[in-house]
Design a protein around this ligand. Structure first.
Ligand code: URA
Length: 232
């Protein structure tokens, strides 16, 4: 693999930044200053230092994004901005896609990756990966509504699986689902004659939304988060 491709795939720098760093003698391979950005390396064996930072190569990239309103969970859309456009240019070229969908006006935790197998596993219905959402409603939510939501409601011919609902205020709370039908929470709340006015995903499987990320901001997953995500 080309050295500049290996380094840029980690998102640390763009290929042109890497070329400049190589020219400035700031890239080391196995302890020696590199002369050519396109030299061939074995990414699993080589030790690379880019501008003083060790490069940790991964075959796949995993990113946590705090999705803002107005962005669609897709890689391309003819009209609306996509969550991919919130990433720097070099990360828009490495095949990242959103792992699952959030509605255009839903906020919060979005996993972006180019690891198709893991994404497939996390989203497969049989995996029952838990996702928690903070919600706000137009009307108060009664104990009877919660009991109905938790045991399953009919959303257009499909009865939802058991879930967990916690109320934190008469119109606010958190719902944890282990499935993901289109517009599921909005439809579930409509089934109990209510309406969602705010929805934010706060967990996705083992991942918890990093509160240091402002809307539209992203960060790489930590090694611990990746290990939890890849655990079967
Ligand atoms: N349920 C919804 O209704 N919308 C989302 O974006 C996610 C879950």
């Amino acid at each position: 693999m080309r050295l500049d491709k290996m380094i840029s795939s980690t998102g640390i720098a763009s290929r042109s930044q890497i070329s400049s760093a190589v020219r400035a003698g700031r890239v080391l391979v196995d302890g020696a200053v590199v002369k050519k950005a396109d030299m061939q390396v074995d990414p699993d064996k080589v030790s690379v230092i880019y501008c003083g930072t060790p490069v940790c190569y991964r075959k796949y990239t995993y990113i946590m994004l705090n999705k803002p309103e107005g962005y669609v969970s897709a890689t391309e859309d003819g009209k609306l901005p996509t969550v991919i456009e919130l990433l720097p240019a070099e990360l828009q070229k490495i095949g990242l896609f959103p792992c699952g969908r959030l509605d255009k006006n839903t906020l919060g935790l979005m996993l972006l990756s180019n690891d198709g197998d893991t994404s497939h596993r996390l989203l497969a219905p049989k995996s029952h990966v838990a996702k928690a959402y903070a919600f706000r409603l137009k009307f108060p939510l009664s104990d009877a509504d919660i009991a109905q939501l938790e045991s399953g409601v009919d959303i257009g011919g499909y009865v939802t699986a058991p879930c967990c609902v916690e109320r934190t205020d008469e119109r606010e709370g958190r719902i944890t689902l282990t499935e993901g039908k289109y517009h599921q929470i909005k439809l579930m709340m409509e089934a109990v004659h209510n309406q969602v006015t705010y929805l934010e995903r706060v967990t996705f499987g083992p991942l918890v939304l990093d509160t240091a990320l402002k809307r539209g901001e992203w960060r790489y997953l930590s090694d611990d988060e990746i290990a939890l995500l890849l655990k079967k």
